[in-house]
Design a protein. Sequence first.
Length: 92
Amino acid sequence: MSRIDGLPAGIPAAPSAPARAPKATLDQADFLSLLTAQLKNQDPTKPVDNLEYVQQMAMFSQLAGTTETNSKLAGISERLDQLIARFPNQEQ
């Protein structure tokens, strides 16, 4: 497909897609997009072993779980710090 530089009068140019800022991290949707692209573009004469895909999904799932656990623990730690700051001289 070639680009058309001069459009006849009265025909508006197609708007360009808005530029998206790069992400600092990837999420589950990004992972699934990459996995889908990998499946679509694999060599049909040498398909990737299903075990490899299962391992990738398991690793991503484990990472997502660890990230969620870390987030919850950070919230608990913050709350405990607030309670300790509120009652500094309380002994058990």
